[in-house]
Design a protein around this ligand. Structure first.
Ligand code: C5P
Length: 233
């Protein structure tokens, strides 16, 4: 119990959200998004630590304005980096070689709606396979372009029954994720699962709810409020 450490990257700039401050300071049911995300994770009895990388410019807010909320969930605030994987790396450094930590879950601070059931399912899968992520079925029809020499763009339907949208948490045995980051040469990766794959370890997927959306645009907040209200009924 308590053997999972969560790294919850929160050091983004949220440019697409378009607000002056970090989008994660926007509220969901009266509390900041980052707090709602951490709350879901803190509710799992398997989670022993929550490490949250934040940007240099946001650090004062977490130390002052938000200090009560940070303390309430015993969140360890650390300095993040320029790219998401730099922030995750900072989280890994903070966890260090804590022998109590057997698994590390990376979860976007911008995903406040992950359900307890999906968390339990991905944690269970990771304990079997050492690397598991949540994924949601692709909702729309996907077409792939076929480039032909006549300059006309033609497309073909992709079978989407075996496609997923990658979500978080992404959960790995601690040693595996540490090794993936030691080997990372800086080549951009879209997520932690890709870094783990690059060192030759397959990543299993657990079908999760698409409700676990990432807040990206301001209009996502209205949807999130509706999903949140339903989930706490
Ligand atoms: O920008 P986006 O929402 O896709 O980023 C996903 C998560 O990664 C967010 O919670 C964001 O705060 C975090 N992030 C980070 N460090 C960065 C960039 C993003 O911690 N340099």
């Amino acid at each position: 119990l308590g053997s999972i450490a969560v790294i919850m990257p929160a050091a983004g700039s949220g440019q697409r959200f378009g607000s002056q401050r970090n989008k994660l300071f926007a509220t969901l049911a009266g509390k900041p998004l980052w707090f709602r995300s951490a709350e879901r994770l803190a509710e799992s009895p398997l989670v022993g630590r929550i490490v949250m990388p934040v940007s240099e410019s946001d650090q004062p807010a977490f130390e002052n304005e938000f200090s009560d909320l940070v303390a309430r969930l015993r969140i360890e605030v650390v300095r993040g980096g320029a790219e998401r994987y730099d922030s995750v790396r900072a989280g890994l450094a903070a966890i260090g070689d804590d022998s109590e930590v057997r698994w590390i879950a990376v979860h976007d601070a911008a995903r406040p709606l992950v359900s307890a059931g999906d968390l339990a399912a991905v944690f269970a899968m990771a304990s079997q396979t050492d690397a598991a992520i949540l994924g949601a079925p692709v909702p729309g029809t996907i077409r792939r372009e076929i480039r032909l020499s006549d300059g006309i763009l033609r497309t073909e339907t992709v079978d989407r029954r075996d496609l997923y949208v990658a979500l978080t948490p992404q959960v790995f045995s601690a040693g595996l994720l540490q090794r993936a980051y030691q080997k990372h040469n800086g080549r951009p990766a879209t997520d932690d699962a890709e870094l783990v794959e690059r060192i030759g370890h397959p990543v299993s997927i657990v079908r999760g709810s698409a409700d676990n959306l990432k807040i990206t645009y301001p209009e996502d907040l209205a949807v999130a409020e509706a999903i949140y209200a339903r989930s706490t009924k």
